[in-house]
Design a protein around this ligand. Structure first.
Ligand code: MG
Length: 446
């Protein structure tokens, strides 16, 4: 039996096992109360459990007096934008993101169109123990549909002030898009056609029957690599099922890795708007090289897009995001948005008039190694204390777990929010060095 994962980023489980319609309804009711019984916007990805999840969520919300606006199958960034641009008090995106098809989840959105900030999320989670009494609402909410959210999202992307749409259109890029049968099939091909691209669609049917492992990692994108080569396309894009992560395949049919998506967007945006970059502590140090090139700084936050988005808003940053293909373009909104990312990358290609492989080559090369240490839950904190002792003489950042900063390398140790494991991330200027540092670190700690 799988466990229901409750964390500040939402509630996730295997549908029908740990995540049942009853549980979803209960969480939705509590969220409705948390949002003062106001209007709630709900969208879902294409998972087969989506309609049943939606019914449970909608019933829960309406039972506490919330009016519900149903967006149908949409990307997570579309839900976030719809909440931001409306008078809704909150939103729920029903999606287990990059997780396998049998999973589903609820991600909770606050009225400003960003995910709940960790402190708010904790407050909401703590409220779950309170019983819902009959006095919580004297009316039942109404359900309405909004079928225009995706159109508004596309329009907002096409209105990014520094994007030369006509220039992109004039290039008539040939693009292969792999939406893995997630929600992306309903937005990405349309956006790309609006940008004048000749679009070759892979897995565009939003059936929820994922054509391959849905996380857009290199190893899962063989079909896209082949299609780009066969069709002699200029670029290939892949997204996860809820369309907030973007991976790129170059014109030679080779994945360039999700980290590059954000770095390329940084280069393009900084060439247009000056301002500091914001990214999380586990994203590539190539951001520092790019920042240096443009005479700006990099601000590092805790992992989690809400932390990045909040900091960006605070300092009025023009670009930021997370290394897992999560590009944040504030002209659209302060959350990760893969369709916006596609427009930015095509804008960069159009402007530079060079193939994507060449643009990727110009980004300084660093190499990641990632692993995890399984630890008994009761000694998790002790292991982190031990790590602090071991690395006592080093330059250390304790914003989020423990980050050891060396010369051309870093090691980041973080407790998982949902499992008894410590994640170990390493980046350095050589693949061997990264593997070695990762192995050494684990050996020292276990
Ligand atoms: Mg996602």
């Amino acid at each position: 039996m799988s466990k229901l994962m409750i964390s500040v980023s939402g509630v996730r489980g295997i549908f029908g096992e740990s995540l049942t319609p009853e549980i979803s309804q209960k969480y939705a009711s509590h969220f409705g109360i948390y949002c003062d019984h106001g209007k709630i916007i709900v969208g879902r990805d294409s998972r087969t459990s989506g309609p049943e999840m939606f019914r449970a969520v909608s019933t829960g919300l309406k039972s506490v007096g919330c009016d519900v606006v149903d967006l149908g199958i949409v990307s997570t960034p579309t839900v976030l934008l719809a909440v931001e641009e409306s008078d809704a008090k909150g939103g729920i995106s029903i999606t287990a993101s990059h997780n396998p098809a049998e999973w589903n989840a609820m991600k909770f959105v606050s009225e400003n169109g960003m995910f709940l900030f960790p402190r708010e999320a904790q407050k909401f989670i703590d409220s779950l123990d309170e019983l819902i009494g009959l006095t919580d609402s004297d009316k039942t909410g109404k359900l309405t549909q909004d079928t225009e959210a995706t159109n508004r999202h596309i329009k907002k992307i096409l209105n990014i002030s520094y994007l030369d749409i006509e220039k992109i259109r004039s290039k008539k890029f040939r693009v292969v898009i792999d939406s893995v049968n997630g929600a992306g099939g309903l937005i990405s091909p349309r956006l790309l056609r609006d940008l004048g691209c000749e679009v070759i669609e892979l897995n565009s049917e939003p059936t929820g029957i994922f054509a391959h492992t849905p996380e857009p990692l290199n190893k899962n994108l063989k079909q896209l690599e082949e299609a780009v080569a066969v069709h002699k396309a200029n670029i290939g894009f892949a997204t996860d099922p809820d369309v907030d992560r973007l991976a790129i395949v170059d014109e030679n049919g080779k994945c360039i890795g999700e980290e590059l998506s954000l770095l390329l967007a940084e280069k393009f945006i900084l060439s247009k708007v000056k301002g500091d970059i914001v990214t999380n502590l586990s994203s590539s140090m190539a951001s520092e090289d790019i920042a240096k090139e443009f005479g700006v700084k990099v601000h590092r936050t805790k992992v989690g897009e809400i932390n990045v988005g909040k900091k960006m808003k605070e300092i009025n940053s023009p670009v930021g995001g997370e290394g897992n293909g999560g590009i944040i373009c504030p002209e659209v909104h302060y959350t990760r948005d893969a369709p916006a990312g596609m427009a930015l990358i095509l804008g960069y290609m159009a402007e530079q008039d060079r193939p994507i492989s060449k643009l990727a080559d110009e980004i300084p090369k660093y190499y990641f190694a990632k692993d995890k240490i399984k630890v008994a839950p009761e000694i998790l904190d002790d292991v982190m204390v031990k790590a602090e002792r071991i690395f006592a003489g080093y330059n250390i950042d304790k914003t989020d777990g423990l980050k050891i900063l060396g010369d051309k390398y870093w090691i980041h140790l973080r407790k998982s929010g949902t499992e008894p494991i410590i994640r170990v991330y390493v980046e350095s200027d050589s693949p061997e060095k990264s593997q070695e540092l990762c192995r050494e670190t684990i050996d020292k700690l276990v």
